[in-house]
Design a protein around this ligand. Sequence first.
Ligand SMILES: O=C(O)CCC(=O)C(=O)O
Ligand SMILES: [Fe+2]
Length: 293
Amino acid sequence: MTRARYSTLSEEQAQHFLDKGYVVIKGCLSRDVAAKWSSYAFERLGCDPEDPATWREEIVWMNREHVARVESLAPRAWGAICDVVGGEDRIDDRVMQIESKHFTTINSFEWSDAFIVNFRRGADEVWVPPSAAAGGWHKDGSFFRHFLDSREQALLTVVYWSDVAHKGGGTFIAPDSIKHVARFLRDHPEGVEPGGFGHLIESCSEFVELTGEAGDFIILHPFMLHASSNNHSGRVRVMSNPPIVLKEPLNLNRSDPETFSLLERATLQALGLKRFDFKPAAPRDERWTVFGG
Ligand SMILES: O=C(O)CCC(=O)C(=O)O
Ligand SMILES: [Fe+2]
């Protein structure tokens, strides 16, 4: 019997990440925990998810209050993260304070209730399917200058704390954006400022609406262009998007190809290359304060 290559991901899931830039891991979080943390959040917001008359805003970005280790809250999610980045020892365990509108404190080892609550975004407008026309497309990471090998937002992840039906505010993604973002960053070794990627959606032709259930976890390549969507379901969508920070930039030029992480392999595949000796041509410019481990 051959030894499994990954702790948690199946070969099919790993291949899906390589080919599509994302992988869905179902049922990572107990429904009870998801319901409990969501109800704390609704308490903080002073609203009742069952009573639209109490919903004050269409969509809300919350600060974190409850925090727990991913490994204890959702061990399979943690296993999958480690599988994609090439092991826990590559993940930065420090607490970072970010200069940003959203999720001001992050630690890759933790999940929090810094929720993005989509009550009824755009419910009065026609529902636009996932497409360039839907608008709002972006690459995450407002707190650093972006390079092909950046470690600061090495994964985009999505945790669903509520069920998310079709037209229910599920995050829109564009799987073929990874290729366009990768090539754009290859052609800009001097780096790209946050916000400099949205126009690439015009080159994309593959779009997905991420529906799912409370407890589902989705790992996305950091180059995945994505957007909030309109919620016509009448049900509140609760999600979080904790970033994963690595200790070192990606190494796209490892001498032994067996030691590339799935993330590095996906990035090389997006470039159509076996290896690439990337050298940043400007300072990284990280905009955060480090608090320790
Ligand atoms: O609301 C969503 O589904 C996505 C939100 C998002 O992408 C963000 O806050 O960066
Ligand atoms: Fe985002």
